[in-house]
Design a protein around this ligand. Structure first.
Ligand code: SAH
Ligand code: SF4
Ligand code: F3S
Length: 493
């Protein structure tokens, strides 16, 4: 396809007579990776790329990877080996591996898949356009990775992990009116099981003025909901001279921006859930009352070996503070089951913690040894896989029962939902035209579905809840109760 001097979606202009190149990008891992992929696409659009739906039709294929557990990595290597024949049959196509596994494995990626052209760590993504040009001009395979945690001065290491966040591409977002905004790079907590401090480098709070400007740009693009991202997002701090900015200050500043209607932040660290932050969330109406604060385990022995930096008593104190200042908040957690030395008694304490804290939901993972972490050196991965699976299922069942029970409390309530779009279920024909099952989220991050239509997408709607499962609330939209911004919508009852 050729396009002359035409406007691309991000407002950039394709170079005259230069055919558009096609990019296929596949993303796994956390929200950081989703955001990184958005930025890489934005930067490559400026180089005349457009997105391909199919891998086979792309000129450049990128895998954005995650290293947090072994199976996430093995999936990528297996995808790469499936692509070997294809790549050898089409040597002109560029195959790249970016993200955390690229940073962690570096040369190993080329060793395991020698037909890969490009390896780029998450701190070097801004170099992708230049590296692709080099590959195209015949310079051979290229690698750009950040410095290891001991491979230079603190300043050099930090610089090598910088990001290029202001480039945004609405078409790459989960929806155009919801966006992630990174406020913090890296992590310094060094939990003994975790690879992230190695792949994402030292913790750095991004300058507040850049964050606020980026939030303004997102609002100009029509974004209504911003989720601040950081590995320990509530530990965010930025100091210039005598002036210190914390997460609460950022929330206050971004709250002022017209067009932004909802603010969230993930992932929080239990020790830094301060009264001031909770009060700020309480007092700013745009702040979502949803807190993701992983506990990881309910056993103090396990928490100590994980080097999480808190005890269960500290965690319970934090839950009391939340209950006191934000009684309606929904709290969710992550857990690792089968960490080194975890006994049945330790596991039972985790079950007890889940029962006492009554999380909205929990993400539960089986421990996966990560070479390069302290945990891999210090402790033996001694819990058999079948025990890990059993504990995983048991904890999930306990959590699901709690989620189901707590969701029933919303029956008969009217909840304001930001409509994200059609849910995955099929289109039905209704009396007033095509009726779809729509999906959105409440202020406390609960998923709601109802029968509506696609014109509702992007609006805040009041939904009356009449049924609930452990993961979903089911409701209906009462047209008489609509908020002014949606009054003009056709009736659909
Ligand atoms: N920064 C976040 C978590 C990032 S990783 C935090 O501190 O909470 C996301 C989740 O993956 C973690 O909360 C943890 O539960 C899980 N995880 C991290 N390393 C893991 C490992 N080696 N094996 C299994 N799960 C792991
Ligand atoms: Fe990993 Fe711990 Fe940092 Fe979270 S806080 S990213 S679990 S080291
Ligand atoms: Fe995975 Fe990297 Fe995120 S290891 S969880 S993609 S920070």
């Amino acid at each position: 396809m050729t396009q002359d001097n035409s406007q691309l979606m991000d407002g950039s202009v394709a170079v005259e007579d230069q055919p558009l190149k096609k990019l296929y990008i596949e993303t796994v891992g956390c929200q950081m990776n989703v955001l990184d992929s958005e930025m890489v696409v934005a930067s490559l659009r400026r180089q005349g790329y457009e997105l391909a739906d199919q891998l086979e039709s792309a000129d450049t294929i990128l895998f954005n990877t995650c290293s947090v557990r072994e199976n996430a990595e093995e999936k990528v290597y297996s995808n790469l080996s499936k692509l070997k024949k294809f790549k050898l049959a089409h040597p002109e196509k560029i195959l790249g591996v970016m993200g955390c596994m690229a940073q962690k494995d570096q040369q190993i990626v080329f060793d395991r898949a020698p037909y890969v052209d490009l390896v780029v760590g998450p701190g070097q993504l801004h170099r992708i356009p230049e590296l692709l040009t080099r590959i195209e001009s015949g310079d051979g395979s290229q690698m750009a990775v950040s410095l290891g945690r001991r491979d230079g001065s603190q300043e050099q290491i930090r610089r090598s992990h910088e990001t290029f966040d202001p480039l945004r591409d609405p078409s790459m977002r989960p929806t155009p009116f919801q966006a992630y905004l990174r406020i913090q790079i890296g992590c310094d907590k060094f939990c003994t099981y975790c690879i992230v401090p190695m792949t994402r480098g030292p913790e750095q709070g991004r300058p507040p003025e850049l964050i606020v400007e980026e939030a303004r740009e997102l609002a100009r693009q029509g974004c209504k909901e911003i989720t601040f991202l950081g590995q320990t997002v509530n530990s965010y701090r930025h100091v210039t001279g005598n002036h210190k900015t914390e997460l609460a200050d950022l929330l206050e500043q971004v709250h002022e921006i017209d067009g932004i209607e909802r603010l969230k932040f993930v992932t929080s660290y239990p020790k830094d859930m301060t009264p001031r932050l909770l009060q700020t969330v309480r007092d700013l109406p745009k702040c979502s009352t949803y807190l993701h604060v992983p506990a990881q385990s309910g056993s103090d022995d396990v928490l100590r070996r994980m080097k999480r930096g808190y005890t269960t008593a500290d965690y319970y104190d934090m839950m009391d503070r939340i209950a006191d200042l934000l009684p309606d908040a929904a709290v969710s957690s992550d857990f690792i089951v089968g960490f080194c030395g975890e006994t049945d008694e330790d596991f039972q304490k985790t079950v007890d913690l889940v029962q006492r804290c009554r999380f909205k939901n929990s993400f539960i993972f089986k421990y996966s040894v990560r070479p390069g972490t302290r945990g891999a050196d210090l402790y033996e991965d001694d819990v058999p896989d079948d025990v890990k699976s059993r504990r995983n299922n048991e904890l999930l069942a306990v959590q699901n029962a709690i989620s189901q029970e707590d969701n029933l409390k919303f029956l008969g309530q009217r909840m304001t939902v930001l409509v994200e779009g059609p849910s995955k279920t099929s289109v039905k024909r209704g009396e007033t035209g095509p009726v779809r099952q729509m999906m959105g989220r409440t202020n406390c991050d609960r998923i709601v579905v109802w029968e509506g239509n696609e014109r509702q997408t992007g609006n805040m709607l009041p939904v009356l809840i009449h049924d609930a499962s452990s993961h979903t609330l089911f409701g209906s939209v009462e047209t008489m109760e609509m908020t002014p911004s949606v009054v003009s919508l056709p009736t659909m009852t």
